[in-house]
Design a protein around this ligand. Structure first.
Ligand SMILES: [Zn+2]
Length: 331
């Protein structure tokens, strides 16, 4: 599945390169026509990248249209540079470990590790939504402890985060019930978005994931009332912890399919300014996580879990993010 995503994104990138190369060609072949055409004045954010709004997604407020402290031209340059892979750095981890959150620790750094919405909690929720619902009695806290222990058993590092001003500073965790609800309500919109990225959900996969979300929403006490308790449980079971600072300044979603890499948020800020952040989704790592937490070894379950992790990431972006958030693929 993620091979096809990668190929498709490569294809997109290839098309863009071809277009710009052929656009540049007439200037070279006809020097008499004078200076190269000047770029039209950029007044808006690039239309080159798909927005959440295109799929009727983006209920939140984080996104470029709600910002008056950034220069659209700089934002568009940033999108291009990210898409070109200029900010990719190597990581050693193979499964999602830290959160997509664009913010940093107080010293401006982040752990260098693959990213998904909620860090390891993405695997907890994706594994739950995509699993074969063999564990109806379990609750979120138990599931968190169990998933972390399974990942540790496979030799993986795990991680979560909070921030410096909220009781549960990770949106993917704080809003997990809303995210499950959102999946039940907008599954077709989300499926349509991910199909544009080369990931196709079958009707039975959609049905199974939505049913599992509904089961959890109606299971009394599945979601912990104290959302911070989930992050604490992860830490108690050995997950690393980051305390991120400041407000959300994400201007896009970097969708990274280059295995063994993530996107360097610190380098982006250093180049464009401290208010230039992006969410980072290391989609290449989702399949690895699905493989390693799929208890029964069935190929169908593995595929469904990988897709459920993808949906949990899309749904989190849609709950927290504004429709103007661009998805910037890195292939
Ligand atoms: Zn988070």
């Amino acid at each position: 599945m993620f091979e096809s995503l990668k190929n498709l994104l490569k294809h997109f990138t290839g098309c863009q390169e071809t277009t710009s190369a052929s656009a540049a060609a007439p200037d070279k072949s006809a020097p008499g026509t004078g200076s190269p055409p000047t770029q039209p004045a950029t007044e808006g954010f690039s239309e080159k990248y798909i927005t959440l709004a295109k799929f009727n997604l983006g209920l939140g407020s984080i996104g470029p249209d709600n910002r008056n402290d950034v220069d659209p031209k700089t934002v568009n340059e940033m999108y291009q540079a990210i898409a070109a892979g200029l900010f990719n750095i190597p990581v050693t981890g193979k499964v999602p470990e830290i959160c997509v959150d664009g913010r940093t620790n107080k010293d401006g750094s982040r752990l260098s590790a693959p990213c998904a919405a909620g860090g390891t909690l993405s695997i907890v929720y994706g594994g739950d939504l995509g699993g074969s619902s063999a564990a109806p009695g379990i609750d979120e806290i138990q599931l968190t402890a169990q998933t972390i222990s399974a990942l540790k058993g496979k030799g993986h590092s795990t991680g979560v985060h909070g921030d410096d001003h909220s009781s549960c500073g990770c949106g993917a965790c704080a809003k997990a019930p809303t995210i499950y609800q959102h999946i039940t309500e907008r599954i077709n919109e989300m499926a349509s978005l991910v199909s544009q990225l080369g990931i196709n959900l079958t009707d039975s996969e959609k049905e199974s994931i939505v049913q599992q979300a509904k089961n959890r929403l109606s299971q009394t006490g599945f979601f912990a009332e104290d959302r911070a308790a989930v992050v604490q449980t992860a830490q108690d079971n050995g997950a690393s912890y980051e305390e991120l600072v400041g407000k959300h300044n994400e201007l896009g979603i970097a969708l990274n399919t280059k295995p063994g890499t993530t996107v360097d948020r610190t380098a982006i800020r250093a180049k464009y300014g401290p208010q230039y952040d992006v969410f980072v989704v290391d989609a290449w790592a989702f399949g690895n996580a699905a493989k390693d937490i799929n208890a029964n070894g069935s190929e169908a379950d593995e595929q469904r879990i990988a897709k459920a992790i993808t949906l949990q990431n899309v749904a989190t972006a849609s709950v927290l993010g504004h429709g103007s958030l661009r998805i910037v693929p890195i292939a």
